[in-house]
Each structure stands twice: as C-alpha cells, then as structure tokens.
Unconditional design. Structure first.
Length: 76
C-alpha cells in the first residue's frame, strides 16, 4: 500500500514541477524586450548614476580621512 502512496506523491510532485515550468514559460513570453535605443538610454543612465555615486563616496572618503588624520594627529 505504501508503494501506491509513494507513486501518487511522486506523480503529484512531477505534476507541480511541470506546472511551474509551464507558468515560467508563459510569464517569459509576456516580457517586453527593450529596443536598442531604450537599452542604450538605460545603460547610460545607470553608468552616469554609478559615476556620480562613486564621486560622492570618494569625496566623502577623502574628507573623512583628512578629518581622522587631523583629529588623531596623523598628518604632518
């Protein structure tokens, strides 16, 4: 009797996996791919933003570094 229960549970699990994969494929078909111009625009925006954040963090790093050296007398 447990053999039949195991087979049923195994079939249910396989059915769930197949359902999941079908749903994944269905969702991927709904995805709208960006055009070349959109892709270039989005990439440019991300790169400019990352550059701006890098600059900001670098300036803060230098300022805090100088502050720490001043506070603890490490600078000449």
């Amino acid at each position: 009797m447990s053999h039949v229960t195991t087979m049923t549970a195994s079939r249910r699990k396989t059915g769930r996996v197949r359902l999941f994969l079908r749903q994944v494929v269905a969702e991927l078909k709904k995805v709208v791919r960006p055009t070349r111009n959109e892709l270039i625009t989005y990439t440019s925006v991300v790169l400019v933003f990352v550059l701006a954040v890098m600059t900001y963090v670098s300036i803060l790093d230098v300022l805090f570094g100088k502050l720490v050296l001043w506070a603890f007398g490490g600078g000449s």
